[in-house]
Design a protein. Structure first.
Length: 200
């Protein structure tokens, strides 16, 4: 598992760096003469690299989900091929999650928070099943509410661990973030909140 996580961190670093360089270069080329439109143009222009960086980041949850579903950890050479397997599905899943979460936060904060809490379950269904994306989200909600009190407590502790390690120093998060992702997937499988290899 450590080599897989190290590979994911390298991907996050590389894609994040590409995104930063692209955004900075685009902002520099547009200059300050455009004013407020510079921010919009830079955001739209850097969208492909931002999406790529986010896809790399989501692997941190996807790899443990795959591991607990198949009892096999993808080796470093297979990490990129996971994203190449169904790129459109993963892109649409990300857009759906962002839109639903955004609407939830706009309408009322609590629904948005509930959507965000489903992310480990949602990632499990998206990456390990052939269910359509609406069903993935629906099953993620059902799984979360099977044992909501315990699920919320574990999610809160994992979030506090990541935030706390980030505040203390950047380096502890390199270990804490993947460990919390691994722990969450272990928790949802151990509690039976997901079914292994469930098909549509």
């Amino acid at each position: 598992m450590p080599p897989a996580f190290a590979t994911i961190w390298c991907l996050i670093l590389v894609t994040g760096l590409i995104d930063f360089i692209f955004s900075t270069s685009l902002s520099f080329l547009l200059g300050e003469s455009i004013g407020e439109y510079t921010i919009i143009a830079t955001t739209v222009g850097s969208l492909p690299t931002t999406i790529l960086a986010n896809l790399a980041g989501i692997l941190m949850m996807a790899v443990p989900a795959i591991y607990y579903t198949t009892d096999r950890c993808p080796n470093p050479g297979e990490i990129v091929s996971i994203l190449r397997h169904k790129p459109l599905r993963y892109l649409l899943a990300g857009f759906q999650f962002t839109i639903v979460g955004g609407i939830g936060l706009l309408l009322c904060v609590i629904p948005g928070i509930l959507v965000i809490l489903t992310s480990p379950l949602y990632v499990h269904y998206v990456f390990t099943t052939d269910l359509n994306l609406i069903n993935c989200l629906s099953k993620a909600f059902k799984g979360m509410f099977q044992n909501f009190g315990s699920y919320f407590a574990v999610s809160l502790l994992c979030s506090l661990a990541v935030v706390g390690s980030t505040i203390l120093c950047v380096f502890p998060v390199l270990v804490v973030y993947p460990m919390t992702a691994l722990y969450m997937q272990n928790y949802i499988h151990h509690k039976g909140l997901v079914r292994a290899r469930e098909l549509a």
